[in-house]
Design a protein around this ligand. Sequence first.
Ligand SMILES: NC(=O)C1=CN([C@@H]2O[C@H](COP(=O)(O)OP(=O)(O)OC[C@H]3O[C@@H](n4cnc5c(N)ncnc54)[C@H](OP(=O)(O)O)[C@@H]3O)[C@@H](O)[C@H]2O)C=CC1
Ligand SMILES: CC(C)(CO)C(=O)C(=O)O
Length: 347
Amino acid sequence: MTENEHGRPWAGAPVLVWGAGAIGATLGAHFVRAGRQVLFVDVNDAHLAAIRAGQLKIGGPVVQIQIGAPAVRPEAVDGIFPLILLAVRLPQTDAAMTELLPHLAPDGTVVSCQNGLGALDVARHAGIGRTIAASFFLPADFNGPGDVTYGARASLTLGALDPERGPPLDPVLAVFRDFDPDIHVSDDILGVVWTKMAYGALLGAAAMDDGLTAKFLSDPRLRPIAVAIAREVTDVARASGHPAQDAPWFAPNDLGSDDPLRQQACVDAVLARLKGSAKQHSGYYTQIIQGHAPELPVQFEPMLALAQRQGISVPVTRTMLALMDDLSAGRLSPEPATMERLLSAAR
Ligand SMILES: NC(=O)C1=CN([C@@H]2O[C@H](COP(=O)(O)OP(=O)(O)OC[C@H]3O[C@@H](n4cnc5c(N)ncnc54)[C@H](OP(=O)(O)O)[C@@H]3O)[C@@H](O)[C@H]2O)C=CC1
Ligand SMILES: CC(C)(CO)C(=O)C(=O)O
C-alpha cells in the first residue's frame, strides 16, 4: 500500500476511474474536489477533452461541482495503479478488464462500481484477492460531454466478495468517504447486490412504458408486477446462499411478501427516496431511448442460469427480459400496451 507523509492511504497515487460516465464522473469529481489525484479513462473523446479542460460539471439537487483532471483513452494509460474503479456498463466489463489489468498493481484493488453480479466477472480477471464490489443507489445521468446530473443522495455499500481472501477495505473506504462519509460495509456484499438487482428489475419494468419509475411504483394496478419481480429475485437470491438484504431505502423481501402492508411500506420508502430526484426516468428506459443495448439482460443472465439450475420459476422476470430485447431491437415501443403484456405475465 502506498502512503504519503500524512499516512493517508494511497494519497500519493492517482485513483484510476475507468469509465467516466454518469457513475465514474460523479464519484471521481468528488474525489478531485477532496484534493485527490484522479486519472479518468474513457472512450468518449469529447467527454475526455471536457474533463481535461476543467469542464466536468456535476449538477443536480445534491451538489454543484466543476473540476478538471487528467483524462485519457484506455490505450494511453501509462503506469501501475493501486486503486482502479471500474464504472463501465456491464457488457463492456470484459473489454475494459483486459485493458486495465496490465495497469493494476500486484497488491492493488479493483472496485466494481457496477450493478448486478459483474463483480464476479471482475474477480475472474483480477482475482478475488484484488476485487471489491460496490452496490449502490446512486441515480445519475450522463447528459453529454462534461455534463452529468447526480440525481439524489446516494446510498453505497462496499464489500469484498470473500472477506477472508479479499483486499484490505480500509484504504478503499478512505477514498470513498470523500464521496459519502456514511458509506456502508457488508460482509455479504452479494446479498446487497441482489437487493440492487431486485430494484434494477423494477427499473426494467418501468421501462416498458414511459420509464417514470415513481409513476410505475405508485400505480396499484401494476403492483402485481413489482411484487412478482421482487419475489422471483429474492427466491433466487436465497437459493444462491446470499439472501437479498432489506435496506432502509428498499426492502425487496417486504415487497415480495404476501402482506400488502409490507409491500406498501417498501414502495413508500422508495417513493420517498425518489421524491425530488433529478433522475425520474429509469436508467434502462434512457438506455433504450439513447440506442444503447440495455444492460439489464446481461445483469440477469446469471440469475436466469441459477434459477434454471435450482428449478425456480421466474416467469415475470423472463417476460420482462424478452420484452426488453424487443424494445431495444425496435420491435416494440415503450408504451402502455407493452406494460400490459408484462402485467398479463404477473397475473
Ligand atoms: N447511472 C446510474 O444511475 C447508475 C448506474 N449504475 C451502474 O454503474 C455502471 C456504469 O453506469 P453509468 O455510469 O450509468 O454508464 P455510462 O454509460 O454513463 O458510463 C460508462 C462510460 O464508460 C465508457 N466506456 C465504455 N467502454 C469503455 C472502456 N473499454 N474503457 C473505458 N471506458 C469505457 C462509456 O463510453 P460509451 O458510452 O461510448 O460506451 C461511458 O462513457 C453500470 O454498471 C450501471 O448499471 C449503478 C447505479 C446507478
Ligand atoms: C438503471 C441503472 C442501471 C442505471 O441507470 C441503475 O442502476 C439506476 O438507475 O439505479
